[in-house]
Design a protein. Structure first.
Length: 194
């Protein structure tokens, strides 16, 4: 169950965009990038997610539907086995795990803490996945072509190794999130406006 829950956490991180070998074009200034990415409030992402801990490594397919403030994240488990559905908003979250049952809490972080033994900043991820720092927390960025290359925020190091052009704008394509011995990699296959 712990491996599946780790895979679920990956889902919370996933954001998606069609995989391309070519680099994304310049995105204008950092201020312009932020305005365009913040304007993208409702979207669906299709992605592959990998998670690595000191003891385990898993991968899954994830689809994330964001209708701000609501989100619905569907995960197909390792090698297409099992699966989970995560639904939530700023009022709470529920996780349905195939063959395990349904869990709910008013705090995604508290629910993940109880299921996994550690917390994950679910609210911040919806900003990080779009290549933005989350509001209200100090952060340390580095930039390449007026886009985030790395972001340190809330004890996490987020590395943006690729961007692509989707939905008429430049968006992250490959993201790695690290904290302690946890590494989560998101390979974005497609961004869809919704």
């Amino acid at each position: 169950m712990r491996a599946l829950l780790l895979t679920l956490l990956l889902t919370l991180l996933a954001g998606c965009s069609t995989f391309r070998a070519d680099p994304a074009p310049p995105s204008g200034s950092w201020d312009e990038y932020q305005l365009r990415a913040l304007a993208l409030q409702n979207w669906t992402l299709d992605s592959k997610v990998g998670i690595r801990t000191a003891d385990d490594s898993q991968s899954a397919r994830m689809q994330w539907q964001q209708q701000t403030p609501d989100y619905r994240i569907s995960i197909s488990g390792p090698l297409g086995q099992g699966g989970a559905l995560i639904e939530g908003n700023d009022q709470g979250v529920s996780i349905d795990i195939a063959g395990e049952g349904r869990y709910a809490s008013d705090s995604p972080e508290a629910l993940l803490q109880s299921l996994l033994g550690w917390s994950f900043p679910v609210e911040q991820v919806r900003f990080w996945i779009r290549g933005l720092p989350a509001p209200g927390l100090p952060f340390a960025p580095t930039f390449s072509e007026n886009r985030l290359q790395t972001l340190e925020q809330g004890g996490w190091l987020i590395h943006y190794s690729a961007y692509s052009k989707d939905l008429g704008q430049v968006l992250p394509q490959r993201i790695t999130l690290k904290r302690a011995d946890l590494t989560i990699t998101v390979i974005i296959k497609e961004w869809i406006a919704s």
